[in-house]
Write a protein that binds this ligand. Structure first.
Ligand code: SAH
Ligand code: SF4
Ligand code: F3S
Length: 460
């Protein structure tokens, strides 16, 4: 019998990518992925624990499943991902509607767990692994535009940023077999994809050891992130390559050199700064200070003058003073980030900060500081994107604009959204084409331009 699964992803790109691995494992078990909970026999929520609000959103969504279950006899509900790992059996206690709880390293056991669930029992597997990378599993692409895809290159995180729950929900860091990554990218090219984003919590510490054949005298060779980027860039010359996330303490010049050398590696780096204050960075246990971050920034600009930089910022971390906060505002101005994700600090159980520091910045102060950070960033983005006006950019078209069916949107190498008219001289711009665009207008969030020429598949 054909069984139907609906998977909903919350949180980071890593979860989106994991859901595609889950879909692949379940496809072998006879499940077809569908696009709504209403159609499904099994609903899986792939969840995030990064901030309290993220968990709250999922808990609300779980409540909605009560109604659905009442209407659909036999429907099963599972919780996957970081909240499953963090809350474990408690989730079953708290939310009776949940049948299944599976952590990020236990997805291969889903078929057995579902069998158990099928007999009316509850099932839990939240074991973390030191080895699991799902390396050879070919993901089933969900909700895809057929143009861009995520490829996970490593799992877990060995850093201990004081605010962060990820090391507890995702376990130890491990890198996926470099050849399986290259194969997956080649396969995407064969299927018509035009862009990949290589994913890891800290891609700069990617390290994979090629073991020599048994009995041979060859020395094991180590592939680092720069080597991996180069392998993908060479193997897939018509594929655009992006990656996320870099860590300022580990980002090497070797990576910057490889990026500069290959035209098909996009000139864009997401480099979370978190705070502009060295004092705060120290308490955050980030392993760098403001001066180090600025030095990395300078190195990026030397290697790639056109490179865009985006960041993550936390407002109101433990002990943050007005002076610390003003340093965050000033680093936003000084760097001129193209884009930023900005958050209020949210204390997470088990983290270093929750054990060591008081969450002592009052809620209204956090709110006000976050707004000031957002305002400063809006200015920085506007200023930065305005410098693109008058330039010519190569844009990969991703789809029809949500605001106007007369326009399509895509991204330039710098990862900014570029809007162009959908029809030009009787030709319709379809997702997947790469066009040369004259940038004519900018806002804080996107660019608008005019089509100059279609580009054949020859980025490299
Ligand atoms: N691995 C990435 C980030 C992962 S989480 C890195 O090292 O940068 C994504 C972002 O969420 C973080 O960069 C941080 O800005 C934010 N974040 C993480 N924990 C948080 C918390 N407890 N409260 C508020 N924001 C948090
Ligand atoms: Fe969290 Fe730090 Fe690891 Fe990023 S590098 S996932 S912020 S612990
Ligand atoms: Fe959230 Fe887990 Fe990603 S906590 S941000 S889904 S690694």
């Amino acid at each position: 019998m054909d069984k139907k699964v609906y998977i909903e992803s919350y949180g980071c790109q890593m979860n989106v990518s994991d859901s595609e691995v889950v879909a692949s494992i379940l496809a072998k078990d006879g499940y077809t992925a569908v696009n709504s909970a209403e159609e499904a026999d099994l609903v899986l929520l792939n969840t995030c624990s990064i901030r309290e609000k993220a968990e709250y959103t999922v808990l609300q969504r779980i409540n909605e499943m009560n109604n659905l279950k009442a209407r659909k006899k036999g429907l099963k509900v599972g919780v996957l991902g970081c909240m499953a790992e963090r809350m474990r059996e408690d989730l079953l206690e708290k939310k009776k509607v949940v049948d299944l709880v599976v952590g990020p390293d236990a997805y291969r056991t889903l078929p057995e767990l579902l069998e158990q669930v099928g007999t009316g029992q509850k099932a839990v597997n939240v074991l973390l692994s030191r080895e699991e990378t799902y390396g050879e599993i070919v993901p089933v692409r969900l909700d895809t535009n057929g143009v861009t895809a995520f490829v996970t290159i490593m799992r877990g995180c060995d850093n201990m940023c004081a605010f962060c729950v990820v090391p507890f929900t995702r376990g130890r860091e491990r890198s996926r077999d470099a050849h399986s990554i290259v194969d997956e990218c080649r396969d995407l090219v064969a299927k018509g994809y035009k862009e990949v984003t290589l994913l890891g919590q800290n891609v700069d510490s990617y390290k994979w050891q090629q073991k020599p054949p048994v009995g041979s005298e060859e020395i094991a060779s180590v592939v680092d992130f720069a080597d991996l980027l180069e392998m993908v860039a060479v193997a897939c010359p018509i594929l655009r390559i992006r990656y996320s996330t870099s860590h300022p303490k580990d980002m090497t010049d070797k990576v910057l050199e490889v990026m500069a050398r290959y035209d098909n590696i996009c000139k864009y780096i997401h480099l979370p700064v978190q705070s502009g204050s060295s004092e705060v960075l120290k308490r955050m246990n980030r392993g760098y200070d403001r001066a180090w971050y600025m030095e990395r920034m300078a190195s990026i600009r030397i290697h790639m003058p056109t490179c865009a930089i985006s960041t993550d910022i936390i407002a109101g971390f433990c002990g943050e003073t007005e002076e610390d906060h003003s340093q965050t505002l000033s680093i936003i101005d000084e760097v001129g980030f193209d884009m930023a994700f900005m958050f209020k600090y949210s204390e997470r159980p088990k983290t270093l900060a929750s054990r060591k520091y008081a969450d002592d910045v009052p809620e209204e102060v956090k709110g006000r500081r976050l707004q000031e950070v957002i305002d400063a960033q809006r200015k920085a983005s506007s200023r930065r994107l305005a410098t693109y006006v008058g330039q010519e950019h190569e844009v990969l078209i991703e789809g029809v604009s949500k605001r106007s069916t007369e326009h399509v949107y895509g991204r330039n190498s710098q990862n900014s959204i570029v809007i162009v008219p959908r029809y030009a001289e009787g030709v319709e711009l379809m997702p997947g084409v790469i066009v040369r665009v004259a940038i004519e207008h900018s806002t804080a969030g996107s660019l608008k331009g005019r089509l100059l020429a279609m580009i054949e598949q020859q980025i490299a």
